[in-house]
Design a protein around this ligand. Structure first.
Ligand SMILES: Nc1ncnc2c1ncn2[C@@H]1O[C@H](COP(=O)(O)OP(=O)(O)OP(=O)(O)O)[C@@H](O)[C@H]1O
Length: 717
C-alpha cells in the first residue's frame, strides 16, 4: 500500500498546513480562495455537475427529424439518444469524480484525453466544459490508468494522487499521496489509505456496487488486459472476481466501442438472483447494453421440466457426448445407390452413382456444418447436371441451376443421402432408443453409462419430453452441429468452476471468434462435475491459450471468518492458496451448539441480534430447511426477502437457500445447521464445498448455530 498524508476533511481541514494543494487550479477553482483546497475541489465538483447538465441538455435537444430517412432509422437513433441521456444522468449517490492525478509533465498527446493539462480529475464518465476541455476524465482512459497502478517505486510521472471522500453526495474529504518528491513531513510510508479502507469496510446494502474508485493494481491488470486474449481468474471468496469481470466489460466497451457494439458482450452468472444482484453495476458505469444470462438461458431451446440424477447429469455433461452427438447427427448420411434422373422438357439428364458418391463423400470430409452441407448438396447435384447440359451445347444460367436443384428427383436424392436433422428430435431419439444410442456411443460410453442416460420411460414426442437442464445443453450442441452458433465479441463467465464440459462448449461457441474472461474458484465447485483444473476447463471452452491469474487479497470476509472456512480447504481443494483478508475490522464470529428442538428459536434470536447492527443480514440454511425457517420467521412476525429481491429498511433480512448463496454477500450471516448443508449434496466433498461457500458470505460477522455435530474440520476449537 503506498504511503499517504493524513486525511483532510471539512471538520479537520487546516488550510495553512494542507500539503495537498492543487498545483494548477483551473479558472473555476481560482475564484475560491487558494487557502481553501477543499472548497476549490467542491467548486470543481459543482462546475463539473453544471457541465454534465449542459452535455445532457445538448443531447436532449437534438433534433433528429432531418437526419433520419425512415421510421426504423429514427427508432434506432432515438433509442441511442435515450441511452446516451441515461448515461449522462447525474446520480446523486455516485460522485462525479473520486480522484485526481497531478502529472509532472503533460502526458503525450497520443495517450492523453486532455493533453496539455497536468491535472486530471478521474470519474465514472467523461465530462467536458462548453469549450470541450475535460473537467472529468473517464476512469478507463489511458491517462487515468496511473490512478490505479502508480506507486512510489513506479510513479508513472505522477507527482500527486488525491482520493476524495464523500458523505451523502457531498465532497467532504480528500487524501493525498505524493509519489515523487514528497514535501517535507507529508510521508508516512507503509500506511494504508484511510479512504480506501473505509470504502472497503462500508456496510453492504442492496445490490452490488461498482468499485471503480478503489480497483487494486493486480485487479486493474486484469480489467485492462488486451481484448484479443482470454483471461482466467482463480480467486478465493471475496477477492473481487465478479467485480473485476464487470469492470473489464466496461473497460473493453470503452476501448473497443464500435467493434463490441457490432458483436455484442455478455455476462454469464450462475442463477437469476445472482444476475439481479449484479445488474446495476454496469449501468452505474454508464454501460446499458451488456446482456446478462445464465447458461440455462443460453441453451433454452426447449422447456426444462425434468431433472437428472447426479450420475446421469455427469455423463450428459461429459465432453465425450460431443462426439456421440456428432455421430448421431450424421447417422443419416448414406452413400447414394441410385443415379439421379432429371427430366427437363423433352430431355433427361442422368447423374451417375459414382459422381453422386464423389459429391457426398467430399461434403462429408469437409469441415462444414451438417446443415450447410445439406443446403449445398442439391446445388452440387444441379451443377453436375449443368455441366452435362453445357457439354450438350446448351447455355443454362443460374436460374436453370436453381430450378434443377429444386427438382423432385434431386430432392429425393438429398433426402436419402443427407436428410434434414432436427436437433431436439435427434437428442430425443438418443435418450429413448437404446440401439441408436449404442450405435452413436460405441467405444465412447460403456453399457452402464448408456443405461444411466437412457430415459426410463421413453418420451412419446417432443412436446411430452421431460427435458432436463443437461438435455438442453445436448440440444444446443446438436444445433451447433447443424448450424454454426453466432459468436459475440466478449463473454464474461462468472462462477465458471461449476460448469460441465458440455456447458463450457456451449459458452465457448458463443465467443468462438471473440474473447472470454473466465472467473471462478475451484474450492467453490458445487456440482458433481465441477472443474478440477482450469487448463481442462479452458480447453473445453476452446480457449486453451488463456492466461490464468490468481487473486488472493480478500475484500469481503473478515480474517477470523476466512481462517475458520479455510480449515475446509485441504479436503475440498488441496493446493489452493487461502485468501488473506484486507479488511482491518476484525469482524465477529461465533459457533454455538444448541439442544435438540431449540435450533429454530436460537436461529431467530441470532437474526434479531444481527439486525441490531447496520447493514444487511443473510440467514443461510440448507434448501430443505428453508420452508421450516420461513414459517418460523412468519410466525414471529419477521419481514424477510428472498435472494435477488431488494432489501428495504423494514426488510433487511434475506432467507437464503444454500444452493443460491454463491456470489452473494451480507454484512451479517447467520448460518443454520452446517451438517444439513453438507447432507443436502450428493457427495461429502460437494457438501463441504457448499458449506465453504456459505461460510464465506459474511462481511462483518458470522454466527453458526448447530444441533447436529459439525464436520470434523470445523468441530475442533
Ligand atoms: N478493489 C476493491 N475495492 C473495494 N471493494 C472491493 C474491491 N474488490 C472487491 N471488492 C468488494 O469485495 C466484495 C467481494 O467481491 P466479489 O463479489 O467480486 O468477489 P468474488 O471473488 O467474486 O467472490 P465469490 O468467490 O464469493 O463469488 C464485493 O463487495 C466487492 O465490491
Amino acid at each position: 500500500m503506498p504511503s499517504h498524508v493524513p486525511i483532510q476533511d471539512s471538520a479537520r481541514s487546516n488550510p495553512g498546513e494542507n500539503p495537498g494543494e492543487p498545483n494548477e487550479p483551473n479558472d473555476a477553482v481560482d475564484a475560491i480562495g487558494a487557502d481553501d483546497p477543499l472548497g476549490r475541489e467542491r467548486a470543481h465538483l459543482a462546475s463539473s455537475r453544471t457541465a454534465l447538465r449542459a452535455m445532457r441538455h445538448d443531447v436532449e435537444s437534438l433534433d433528429i427529424t432531418d437526419v433520419t430517412g425512415n421510421w426504423v432509422n429514427a427508432k434506432i437513433l432515438a433509442a441511442e439518444i435515450d441511452d446516451r441521456i441515461k448515461a449522462l444522468s447525474d446520480l446523486a449517490d455516485t460522485p462525479l469524480f473520486f480522484g485526481r492525478l497531478d502529472y509532472l509533465h503533460a502526458p503525450g498527446g497520443e495517450v492523453a484525453e486532455g493533453a496539455g493539462g497536468e491535472q486530471f480529475y478521474i470519474g465514472r464518465r467523461h465530462v467536458h466544459d462548453a469549450e470541450g476541455d475535460p473537467m472529468v476524465i473517464d476512469w478507463r482512459a489511458p491517462v487515468s490508468q496511473p490512478f490505479y497502478r502508480a506507486s512510489r517505486t513506479a510513479p508513472l510521472d505522477v507527482r500527486l494522487r488525491r482520493r476524495f471522500g464523500y458523505t451523502g453526495g457531498d465532497l467532504t474529504a480528500y487524501e493525498d499521496e505524493y509519489l515523487t518528491d514528497p514535501p517535507e513531513g507529508t510521508q508516512e510510508p507503509g500506511t494504508s489509505s484511510k479512504l480506501l479502507q473505509s470504502e472497503i469496510e462500508r456496510p453492504r446494502v442492496g445490490p452490488m456496487r461498482d468499485i471503480v474508485a478503489t480497483i487494486q493494481p493486480e485487479q486493474d491488470e486484469i480489467v485492462r488486459a488486451d481484448i484479443t486474449g482470454s483471461v482466467c481468474v482463480q480467486g478465493a471468496p471475496g477477492t473481487g472476481k465478479t467485480a473485476v469481470g464487470l469492470h473489464r466489460v466496461a473497460y473493453l466497451l470503452y476501448a473497443h466501442r464500435e467493434r463490441l457494439a457490432r458483436t455484442g458482450t455478455l455476462v454469464i452468472g450462475p442463477n437469476r438472483s445472482f444476475l439481479q444482484y449484479i445488474e446495476q453495476v454496469l449501468p452505474a458505469l454508464g454501460e446499458l447494453q451488456v446482456k446478462q444470462a445464465t447458461v440455462d438461458d443460453l441453451v433454452a431451446h426447449v422447456e426444462v421440466r425434468g431433472t437428472d440424477s447426479a450420475a446421469a447429469a455427469t455423463v450428459k455433461g461429459d465432453a465425450r457426448m460431443a462426439e456421440v452427438l456428432r455421430r448421431a447427427v450424421r447417422s443419416g448420411i448414406r452413400m447414394p445407390t441410385e443415379p439421379v434422373m432429371v427430366v427437363r422438357g423433352s430431355r433427361r439428364w442422368r447423374v451417375p452413382v459414382y459422381e453422386l458418391e464423389e459429391i457426398v463423400g467430399e461434403l462429408a470430409e469437409r469441415d462444414i456444418r451438417y446443415g450447410a452441407a445439406h443446403d449445398a448438396l442439391p446445388q452440387r447435384i444441379a451443377h453436375a447436371v449443368l455441366v452435362q447440359m453445357e457439354r450438350a451445347g446448351e447455355a443454362p444460367d443460374d436460374r436453370v441451376q436453381d430450378a434443377v436443384a429444386r427438382n423432385s428427383a434431386v430432392k429425393a436424392a438429398v433426402k436419402s443421402c443427407w436428410p434434414a436433422v432436427d436437433p431436439a428430435r435427434t437428442v430425443l431419439r438418443l435418450l429413448s432408443d437404446p440401439d441408436f444410442l449404442a450405435a452413436s456411443a460405441d467405444g465412447l460410453l460403456d453399457a452402464d453409462e448408456q443405461k444411466t442416460i437412457l430415459w426410463a420411460k421413453p418420451a412419446r414426442g417432443l412436446a411430452s419430453a421431460k427435458w432436463s437442464a443437461a438435455d438442453a445443453v445436448l440440444i444446443d450442441e446438436a444445433y451447433d452441429l447443424v448450424q454454426r452458433t453466432p459468436s459475440l465479441g466478449h463473454v464474461v463467465l462468472d462462477e465458471a468452476q461449476d460448469l460441465s464440459p458440455m456447458q463450457y462448449r456451449a459458452v465457448g461457441r458463443r465467443c468462438s471468434t471473440g474473447s472470454a474472461t473466465v472467473l471462478g474458484d475451484l474450492a467453490q465447485g458445487t456440482t458433481p462435475w465441477a472443474t478440477a483444473s482450469w487448463a481442462e476447463a479452458l480447453a473445453h471452452l476452446g480457449k486453451p491459450e488463456a492466461t490464468v491469474e490468481e487473486l488472493t487479497a480478500g475484500f469481503r470476509v473478515p480474517r477470523e471468518v476466512i481462517a475458520y472456512a479455510t480449515r475446509l480447504l485441504p479436503q475440498i481443494a488441496p493446493g489452493l492458496a487461502p485468501a488473506t483478508s484486507v479488511r482491518e475490522a476484525a469482524g465477529t464470529m461465533s459457533v454455538r451448539e444448541v439442544g435438540e428442538g431449540a435450533l429454530d428459536a436460537a436461529v431467530l434470536a441470532a437474526c434479531d441480534t444481527a439486525l441490531e447492527q447496520e447493514g444487511s443480514v443473510g440467514l443461510i440454511a440448507a434448501d430443505a430447511r428453508i420452508p421450516v425457517l420461513g414459517a418460523a420467521l412468519d410466525a414471529a412476525g419477521h419481514r424477510y426477502v428472498s435472494p435477488g429481491e431488494e432489501t428495504s429498511a423494514e426488510a433487511r433480512l434475506t432467507l437464503v437457500p444454500a444452493s443460491l448463496a454463491k456470489g452473494l454477500e451480507y454484512d451479517y450471516v447467520v448460518l443454520d445447521e452446517p451438517a444439513a448443508v453438507v447432507d443436502g449434496e450428493p457427495d461429502p466433498r460437494t457438501g463441504l464445498r457448499r458449506l465453504y461457500v456459505c461460510l464465506t458470505r459474511a462481511v462483518s460477522g458470522l454466527a453458526v448455530l448447530h444441533t447436529a455435530p459439525l464436520p470434523a474440520a470445523l468441530s475442533t476449537p
